[in-house]
Ligand binder design. Structure first.
Ligand code: DGL
Length: 299
């Protein structure tokens, strides 16, 4: 398992869609500009998003929270995930966060609409599978989307597919729930025969289908990009949402006067709901930071 070959096929420098920017306008964040950006995932997967946020905005402070005592979210109910998001939102707000990034497709699919209605003034960023760029990139009109069961089954994902893929476009989409992947990645069980079998269970249908673009619709999956590529071949394009989400977050903070004025490098505070030495080691590996401070969060 490695993140070095992490694919960033989206153009992270192109200007954002003006409609999306207008829609994201909200009250000024100037009073919070020195506050941190909260980043949340069910586990360590969201570090694949944090890496982009941090690289793009190195002077900002971040608080990353992994709810790894409860990973995976992919088999939890929407109601459970929403309540958990409320608890996390309250905690992030108590830390003075100016933005909260749900670095989790599953949480976004289950609760983003609910949480935005409940906290209309808070700047939230959610993740959605990169279907739109996949439609632009596919040459053979066959796209596969890999995610958790909860994401695949969600009304939010179904709506995204409906508004993105025109019926007469000829584009075929295969959506696969990779049950067990996120948990295996989070707990470091990504070697040996069991892992090989689990990979093949969901990748063999993609190989048979012949998709030329594969959307990684779960933030844990960029960490197994090499395994996926080894199975499907080097020509398959893998897409994730880390880079565009970082670009979007930066743009909205700029528009709402929420960027830090600090000239020095920012700090990241790391929290997990379950901490031991193995978690700490994986955290360092996933975040590519040699020494991290990792604290337990009892929420
Ligand atoms: N990393 C998350 C996602 O993007 C959740 C995985 C899980 O906890 O099931 O979907």
């Amino acid at each position: 398992m490695t993140h070095t070959a992490y694919v960033e096929a989206l153009d992270a420098t192109a200007p954002l869609n003006p409609n999306a920017l207008r829609a994201a306008r909200g009250p000024s964040l100037v009073h919070l500009r020195s506050g941190p950006i909260g980043v949340f995932d069910s586990g360590l997967g969201g570090l694949s998003v944090w890496r982009h946020l941090h690289a793009r905005m190195p002077n900002e402070d971040f608080i990353y929270v992994a709810d790894n005592a409860n990973v995976p979210y992919g088999d939890k109910s929407e109601a459970w995930i929403r309540e958990r998001m409320v608890v996390m939102t309250e905690w992030f707000l108590a830390q003075g966060c100016k933005a909260i990034v749900w670095a989790c497709n599953t949480a976004t699919a289950a609760g983003a609409t609910y949480i935005r209605e409940r906290y209309p003034d808070v700047f939230f960023v959610g993740l959605e599978p990169a279907i739109k760029p996949a439609v632009q990139l596919t040459q053979n009109k066959k796209i596969a989307m890999l995610a958790t069961q909860r994401t695949v089954d969600s009304a939010k994902y179904q709506a995204l597919v409906q508004r993105t893929i025109q019926v007469d476009s000829g584009v075929q989409l295969q959506s696969i729930a990779c049950v067990g992947w996120a948990q295996a990645i989070d707990t470091g069980r990504v070697s040996g025969q069991m892992w090989v079998n689990l990979l093949a269970q969901y990748l063999e249908p993609v190989r048979v289908f012949g998709a030329d673009v594969v959307v990684l619709g779960c933030t844990h999956y960029p960490f197994i990009a090499d395994d996926i590529r080894a199975y499907l071949g080097e020509n398959v394009v893998l897409l994730d949402s880390g880079a565009p989400v970082a670009r979007y977050t930066e743009s909205i903070l700029d528009i709402r006067d929420g960027r830090t004025m600090a000239k020095e490098l920012g700090q990241t505070r790391n929290y997990a709901t379950c901490v031991d030495e193995a978690v700490r080691a994986r955290w360092q590996y996933f975040s590519d930071v040699a020494h991290i401070e990792l604290s337990v969060l009892n929420l």
